[in-house]
Design a protein around this ligand. Structure first.
Ligand code: ADP
Ligand code: MG
Length: 519
C-alpha cells in the first residue's frame, strides 16, 4: 500500500468508511464507555451506553523487519523480567536508588518486606506483559529497528481490543478498500493475525491450572481486580469472555474493585492462607481465588488511604497466584529499564548477563538492540552527564523525563524538563530517569474519533504481549509465550499516546518490506 492511502479518499468515501467502522465496532465490541466529552456521566446514570473506540480508518504501514524483531524477542523479554522479579537484592537496590521521595514505590516495597518476613505461601507468579516500541532509523537509508519505549508488568491493557482492531481492518480490506476510487487501497495488504485476547486469556487459564485444585471446600475462581468507573471495561471483558470460551474447564471470573478487597475477601483459617472471595451478590457462596489479575493498583490514585495498602498486603500474603506480585511490579519500573539500558562504561559494566544466561549471546544481543539511551539523574558518571543534558535548553529537546509511574500523563517532555527539575528539590532527581526520544519516520493516516475524522501525520507505537508463569523459589519457567500485538497511533503533535486518555487510537499493522531503507 502507499504510505498515505487515506489522504486520497474522497469526502464521500470518508463518510461511507465512518458509517461502516462505527457499526462494525459497536457490533463487535470494539468499544469503550463514552468519555464525558461525548456524553456527560449524568446523562447515563445506569451505565447502559458504549461507544466505538477511536481507531484509524486504515492499518498503518509498519516495517516487517521491525514487527518480526518485536515478536522474536518477546519470549526472551518474558524470561528477563521473570528473572529480575526473582532477584530481590537487585530490586532492593533499585528501590533504594529511587529514594524516599517516591512515596508510592516506598510503600509498595514495604508490602513485599512485610510478606517476606512472614514467608510467601505462593511461589508461582503470572506475568501478562507488554513491551512497547517505536521504529527508529539511524539515518535515512539504514535498516529500521524497533527501540523500546517501556516494558509493562502490570495492567498491560488493550489486548482485548487490539485483536478486534486487526479483525476490523481485515474486514475493511476485503469489503471496502477494494472499492475506493484511488487504486492505492486496492493493493495487497499484509495484515498479520492477532489473537492477543485469546492468548492473554490462555496465560490466565494456565495459571489457574497451575494453582491446582481447591484445598478448601470452595470452588476455585479468577478475580479481575479493577478500578471503579473503568471506561476501558470491554477490553477487560473480552479477556474474561475468552477465558470462559476455552471450553474444557469452566472458570468462574469475578470483577472486584480494588477498594473493596478487604470487604469481600478473607484468608482461610490455618497456614495455607488461601484467599476466599465472598461475592456480595451470592451471599451463600464462597470461592477460593486461584489467580488475581490486576487491572488496578498500578498508581497512587488506587491507594488513597492506608486501608488500600492493607488490601494490597492482604492479597500479596495470600496463596492466590498474583498477576503481578509486588516484586514483578517493581521489576517493571522505568528505573529498572534505565539500569538495563544505561550505556556501558568502565565504571558501569553490563548487567544483562546477571539475568539472561550468558551462553545465550543471540538473545542478549537481540535484547540490547531494542534499547535506546536512558540515563539516571543521580551523581554517577552517567547521571552527571544526564544532569547536563537535562539542564541544557537545546539538548533537552531530544529527551523525555520520566518518574516511576504507569498509566500515562506523568512524563515531562523536551523544553519543559529544565524548569521542571528546577521546581523540585535536587534530592528528588534520582527518582526520575532521562530517556532519549525515539523519532519514528512519519506516516499518514486518518483517525475516526467520536464520529469525526482527523487526517494527518501520525506516530505509531507497537506493543508485543507476552505471558509467563514461573516459580520465584526454584526459578523454573513453567510457561513462556508471545501473545499477539497492539498498534497504538497518535497525531504527530501529541507527546503522549494513551487511547483511554484521549490522545491515541487503536490501529493495526500493514506490514511493508523496506526497500533501500525507505519506509
Ligand atoms: P506510561 O507508563 O505512563 O505509559 P510511557 O513511558 O509509556 O509511560 O510514556 C507514555 C508515552 O509517551 C508513550 O506511549 C509514548 O507515546 C511517549 N514516549 C515515552 N517515551 C518515549 C520515547 N523515548 N520516545 C518517544 N516517545 C516516548
Ligand atoms: Mg506506556
Amino acid at each position: 500500500m502507499s504510505e498515505d492511502s487515506s489522504s486520497e479518499i474522497t469526502p464521500n468515501e470518508g463518510e461511507r468508511l465512518t458509517e461502516v467502522v462505527k457499526d462494525w465496532s459497536l457490533a463487535h465490541g470494539l468499544t469503550v464507555r463514552p468519555p464525558p466529552a461525548v456524553i456527560a456521566a449524568e446523562a447515563d446514570p445506569a451505565g447502559i451506553l458504549a461507544t466505538a473506540v477511536p481507531v484509524t480508518l486504515f492499518p498503518s504501514p509498519f516495517p516487517r523487519v521491525c514487527f518480526d524483531q518485536g515478536i522474536a524477542v518477546q519470549e526472551t523479554y518474558n524470561e528477563l523480567y521473570a528473572s529480575i522479579s526473582q532477584d530481590e537484592a537487585f530490586l532492593a537496590q533499585v528501590v533504594k536508588e529511587i529514594g524516599d521521595s517516591d512515596d508510592f514505590i516506598t510503600e509498595l516495597w514495604k508490602v513485599h518486606i512485610r510478606v517476606k518476613e512472614e514467608g510467601y505461601v505462593q511461589h508461582k507468579s503470572l506475568g501478562l506483559f507488554r513491551s512497547d516500541y517505536m521504529v527508529h532509523q539511524d539515518s535515512k537509508g539504514s535498516t529500521p529497528q524497533i527501540k523500546q519505549v517501556e516494558f509493562n508488568t502490570i495492567a498491560s491493557s488493550f489486548g482485548g481490543l487490539s485483536s478486534r482492531t486487526s479483525s476490523l481492518h481485515k474486514f475493511l480490506a476485503s469489503t471496502e478498500y477494494p472499492f475506493l476510487e484511488s487504486p492505492v487501497g486496492r493493493g495487497s495488504w499484509q495484515l498479520p493475525d492477532n489473537d492477543s485476547a485469546t492468548r492473554l486469556a490462555s496465560g490466565i487459564k494456565e495459571a489457574f491450572i497451575q494453582y491446582g485444585p481447591s484445598s478448601t471446600s470452595h470452588p476455585t475462581c479468577v478475580v479481575f481486580l479493577v478500578q471503579g468507573g473503568e471506561r476501558n471495561i470491554f477490553d477487560q471483558r473480552h479477556l474474561e469472555y475468552e477465558l470462559q470460551r476455552s471450553g474444557d474447564v469452566h472458570i468462574p471470573v469475578f470483577r472486584l474493585p480494588f477498594s473493596e478487597v478487604l470487604e469481600h475477601t478473607t484468608l482461610a483459617e490455618g497456614s495455607g492462607r488461601q484467599l476466599l472471595y465472598h461475592p456480595p451478590q451470592l451471599p451463600s457462596h464462597t470461592f477460593e481465588v486461584a489467580v488475581i489479575y490486576m487491572r488496578s493498583g498500578y498508581g497512587p490514585s488506587d491507594y488513597p488511604n492506608q486501608s488500600a495498602w492493607e488490601g494490597r498486603y492482604h492479597l500479596e500474603r495470600s496463596a492466590a497466584i498474583k498477576c503481578p506480585t509486588v516484586l514483578t511490579q517493581v521489576a517493571g519500573t522505568k528505573k529498572v529499564q534505565q539500569i538495563l539500558a544505561t550505556p556501558e562504561t568502565p565504571s558501569n559494566p553490563p548487567i544483562l548477563p546477571r539475568f539472561v544466561v550468558a551462553k545465550d549471546t543471540v538473545s542478549l544481543s537481540n535484547l540490547k538492540n531494542t534499547f535506546t539511551n536512558i540515563y539516571p539523574l543521580d551523581d554517577s558518571e552517567s547521571g552527571l552527564k544526564a544532569r547536563k543534558i537535562a539542564a541544557d535548553p537545546e539538548l533537552c529537546k531530544g529527551y523525555v523525563l520520566k518518574p516511576q509511574r504507569e498509566g500515562g500523563g506523568n512524563n515531562i517532555y523536551r523544553s519543559a524538563i529544565p524548569p521542571f527539575l528546577k521546581s523540585i528539590p535536587e534530592s528528588h532527581w534520582p527518582s526520575y530517569i532521562l530517556m532519549e526520544l525515539i523519532t519514528p519516520p512519519p506516516v499518514k493516516n486518518t483517525i475516526l474519533r467520536n464520529g469525526k475524522l482527523e487526517h494527518g501525520g501520525v506516530i505509531c507505537e507497537l506493543g508485543i504481549y507476552g505471558t509467563c508463569i514461573w516459580n520465584q523459589q526454584s526459578g523454573e519457567i513453567l510457561h513462556n509465550k508471545q501473545a499477539g500485538y497492539l498498534l497504538r497511533t497518535k497525531g504527530d503533535q501529541s507527546e503522549e499516546g494513551g487511547v483511554a486518555a484521549g490522545f491515541g487510537c487503536m490501529d493495526s499493522c500493514s506490514l511493508v518490506d523496506v526497500v533501500g531503507g525507505a519506509i
